[in-house]
Design a protein around this ligand. Structure first.
Ligand SMILES: [Mn+2]
Length: 326
């Protein structure tokens, strides 16, 4: 059976087959949107991102020259109730830990509240705080969710408070939403780094964006190379490119800026990533889900091409992967 035919008959991300425990990389959906503050619908994000990924065909990357198709499996959407945030988290954290101990996982949201559960699972599995690269229009360091303790805009604050991430090894990119200065600059006040959207206007070449990449590299090195997690809220992009999201903020990043940064983030100890807040009901021509799929694919190809991200917790030997790449 040719790959092309197999791809047409598989519904997983990039046509990946379901639930193969020996494959090093995995996709898992978290179809929860009960913690959104504005427009709901991100529960349909994972399905839309998977469908959009099929546009990438054989998935061979034009820069990295690799395809993740033969090393990828897709677990579908995890069994999480849409009843309450507490119930979702209780269901998600155990499933997430089981998957991330076996695979290098890309998680498809869902709203951004899922990331706190994922970071808790990584922190428990790894035994140390993580470094974080966080693309978003929003700081997500608010201390309450309309009077409740947790929502989709509080997870960075909670992750810092719980010691899940190392503030000095945390970088936020694309921030621009309204909010108090205290919330917007919280990560910087804790010792982390913020490249807001205004500071990146007009910076489209790799050379322009090199200071962002250098800052991340220096922070990870200074922290003793902690495991690095990428959380990519699709609303980091300008809504002209990515309208299909719950809390759009004008004057955002360009897709090419995000792609350049993802391509440049090689040689770093990544352990996983998520892309969140894709809400297909507000999308046009599937452009938001296509960008989300493109970014997950870019991330996977960067890891695969460079051998990043094969350290624990993924119980996968680099030799297995290199054999598959030959
Ligand atoms: Mn956001």
């Amino acid at each position: 059976m040719s790959h092309e035919f197999a791809y047409l008959t598989q519904s997983g991300f990039l046509g990946a087959p379901a639930a193969l425990p020996d494959r090093p990389y995995a996709i898992a959906g978290v179809a929860y949107d009960g913690a959104t503050t504005n427009r709901p619908g991100a529960r349909f994000g994972p399905a839309a991102i998977r469908a959009a990924s099929h546009m990438l065909c054989d998935a061979e990357h034009d820069l990295f020259g690799v395809s993740p198709r033969e090393v990828l499996t897709d677990y579908g959407d995890l069994l999480t109730p849409n009843t309450s945030l507490v119930a979702m988290r209780a269901a998600l954290e155990g499933q997430a830990q089981g998957l991330l101990e076996r695979h290098h996982v890309c998680w498809l949201g869902g709203d951004h509240s899922i990331t706190l559960s994922l970071l808790r699972a990584y922190r428990a599995a790894l035994g140390r705080p993580l470094a974080l690269v966080h693309f978003d229009a929003h700081c997500d360091t608010w201390t309450s969710h309309a009077g409740e303790p947790s929502g989709h805009g509080t997870w960075v604050y909670e992750a810092l408070t719980e010691g899940l991430i190392d503030a000095r090894a945390t970088t936020q990119i694309g921030l621009r939403s309204p909010g108090s200065r205290e919330a917007r600059e919280y990560v910087r006040a804790q010792g982390g780094s913020i490249f807001d959207a205004r500071s990146l206007r007009g910076m489209t070449r790799l050379a322009d964006l090199e200071p962002v990449l250098s800052d991340i590299r220096e922070r990870v090195a200074a922290g003793g190379s902690p495991p690095l997690y990428l959380s990519l809220d699709i609303d980091c992009l300008d809504p002209g490119f990515a309208p299909g999201t719950g809390t759009p903020e004008p004057a955002g990043l360009l897709p090419s800026q995000v792609a350049t940064l993802l391509e440049g983030l090689i040689g770093l100890p990544f352990v996983g990533m998520d892309v969140v807040e894709v809400a297909p009901a507000y999308d046009h021509a599937e452009q938001t889900s296509q960008l989300a799929a493109y970014f997950v694919w870019t991330y996977l190809c960067a890891r695969l091409a460079t051998g990043d991200g094969l350290d624990p917790p993924a119980r996968v030997l680099g030799a297995v992967l290199r054999k598959r790449m030959r």
